[in-house]
Design a binder for this molecule. Structure first.
Ligand code: OGA
Ligand code: NI
Length: 326
């Protein structure tokens, strides 16, 4: 999800609390696997088909051989971890104020929420607020800027394939998100080991509000997705990028692509960190089923509304909905 998660709840549009409670995570040889797509396969049509199928059936997949240098991904993780290892007072230098950007400590009521995070825009340059980018470690900015360039390229490539899957021109989805003005925001989720890991979640059950999320986790498992009435673990693959379809791609595709329900569990002994980059439409754009995809035979399944309004409505629902996390 994209914005504040302090009220760790499901929105009214999310499945019932039972699903949060359902700890019946399916494990073992029968467990279906979240798809993995090798982007270096020589036949691009096969790649497109695999990405489209995974987005329809799962709404989540991992990509390998994606072109982002492994070393850069490691550097991203090193500078992120170095920031969280700073004394609290130094982290407070980039503390969240009234908006969503900045550093926030979130160990509410002992176990209801258990994370710290750092949130800041990374694209477009005109929206970046460097006030929320850590000055320490000193390489933080350079590494994140380099990572942004790669992230944007990979995102646009995937959006191109997803556009093709809808029978549209490869630039259709990127354009509908505002082209160069589409917004990219990184969130560094820092989930320390939790003695009450069975009771608390690092990230409550949710779908991501934006269009698409590209996430890199450290090696500690925790991300789970809900499929066929079961929670499934994401298997860690070194240097892979996890792609998550968000609400807006589901809406724009008139329901063809699945906004996957997911959550993050905590580990008893190990520190888990994840680096999602959320890609969202420019805030004042109207977003809804693309007109090319709808007609008499295919009526729009979703309302077309200004993204900013969708965002605020969803956050308001999370906030009003006082369900506890567990
Ligand atoms: C998120 C999210 C999962 C994770 O931040 O929206 O789903 O693995 N995070 O941290
Ligand atoms: Ni999410």
């Amino acid at each position: 999800m994209e914005f504040e998660r302090d009220h760790n709840t499901s929105s009214s549009s999310l499945p019932s609390l039972c699903k949060q409670l359902a700890s019946s995570t399916l494990r073992g040889s029968l467990e279906p696997h979240i798809p993995v797509v090798d982007l270096s396969a020589s036949d691009e049509d096969l790649v497109v088909r695999a990405v489209v199928k995974a987005s329809e059936e799962w709404g989540i997949f991992q990509v390998v051989n994606h072109g982002i240098p492994t070393e850069l991904m490691q550097q991203l993780q090193v500078v992120g971890k170095q920031f969280f290892d700073l004394p609290e007072a130094e982290k407070e230098a980039v503390a969240k104020e009234e908006d969503f950007e900045g550093y926030k400590r979130n160990y509410l009521e002992g176990i209801k929420a258990w994370d710290e995070h750092l949130f800041h825009r990374i694209w477009p340059p005109s929206c970046i607020n460097y006030k929320y980018w850590p000055k320490n470690p000193p390489q933080y900015r350079e590494v994140n800027e380099e990572y942004t360039r790669h992230m944007k390229k990979l995102t646009e490539k995937i959006l191109g394939w997803l556009s093709e899957g809808l029978g549209l021109s490869p630039v259709a989805l990127t354009k509908s998100l505002g082209g160069e003005m589409a917004e990219y925001v990184i969130r560094v989720n820092f989930y320390p080991p939790s003695p009450k890991s069975e009771l608390a979640l690092g990230a409550a059950v949710h779908t991501d509000i934006g269009a698409i999320t590209l996430l890199v986790p450290n090696e500690v498992p925790g991300l789970q997705v809900f499929k066929d009435e079961q929670w499934l673990d994401l298997e860690y693959i070194n240097s892979a990028v996890v792609v998550i379809i968000g609400d807006q791609l589901m809406r724009m595709s008139n329901g063809r692509y699945n906004n996957v329900l997911h959550r993050a569990t905590l580990d008893k002994e190990n520190l888990r960190i994840s680096w999602p980059v959320f890609v969202a439409p420019k805030h004042d754009l109207f977003v809804g089923p693309l007109p090319e995809l709808t007609g008499d035979e295919n009526p729009p399944k979703f309302e077309t509304i200004v993204y900013k309004d969708y965002l605020h409505q969803t956050i308001r629902n999370w906030t009003l909905d006082k369900l506890p996390l567990y």
